[in-house]
Write a protein that binds this ligand. Sequence first.
Ligand code: ATP
Length: 356
Amino acid sequence: MAYLEIEQLAKSYGAARALQGVSFTAGQGEIVALLGPSGCGKTTLLNLIAGFIAPDAGTIRVGGRLMNAVPPHQRDMAMGFQNYALFPHLDVARNVAFGLEMRGIAKPERARRVTEALELVHLAGLEDRYPRQLSGGQQQRVALARALVVRPSLLLLDEPLSNLDTLLRKTMRNDMREILRRAGTTVLIVTHDQEEALVMSDRILLLANGVIEQMGTPEDLFERPRTVFAAHFMDTANLIAGRISRADNGCVEVETGVGALTAERCGAAVGADVTVAIRPERIRLDGAAGDNRIDGVVRTVNYLGTAYRLEVEAGGTTVVVAASAGGARPQTGQRVSLSWRRCDTRVVEGGGAASQ
Ligand code: ATP
């Protein structure tokens, strides 16, 4: 059942429309990532839900209760910021206890809940340290404990990992997901990093220019992007414009600059201008994958550690291929036979996208 219900939310700053007609729900305990490029309205959405700014239109409900007129401090939500906002002059235990003190919780109960929260974030034993004596990852955990200790109805996290270096970010996103899962709180996490959204959330809400582009599970967004924007944002490097030339049971044929491609059946009718999206890692170089096949010549090879990223000139366009790094290094000038399956060929809304 829906716990957080957002309906037709809109916000402009003067003439600039930051959000428009945003509607979605989140279930109790669900982790939702707000994903999108800079300026798409992620922070605005978070601030509206927290009550820091007022919407021009639309409603916000938590547990069935209308929140629009409720001041931020009475919304029973906790917010986590990029810079953690820890009090430098308070030790870890006092930092975590702060929200409980504010709420007038008695000392023994406070102590019990602080211990519990620090155990949850794996920081038991560091109660007496000051923020300056902690690593970035530990500070992040203190901030999380401080937010969770008040048992908020909703936890709002704005780019929580952006201050950490790449390696720590990767560890922390797994840890954080596990901590949030155990806490059972409903969470909205703002991020512009698609990988972070994929790893940390139950569902992703992808925003573009203040409107919802797509909302779904990580698998939905990654495997089944509905629009050119969603496909591009989820790193589908191959977007080929075409027109639907035939529709049979379960599949369509799309006439493109690289030839006729067979794709999964979609909502579009014969004659519609569409874009075909193919993920680089789903394309094989040996022609063995079946349904779609084009010959090409390798133009560039980049080694990425886990894979080689190739640009292949094929059918008058550049096709990006991610080849497993386990085998022999592909060579520039090498002739290849690109192939991929029908089920890896997605027709997305919006025609005219060039392969990029
Ligand atoms: P980022 O990832 O860069 O933080 P965002 O997705 O969080 O971006 P918002 O900060 O919500 O985006 O901004 C949405 C739009 O509203 C942007 O075009 C931004 O310039 C504009 N905007 C945000 N805050 C204000 C403000 N206080 N006054 C005027 N315009 C604003």
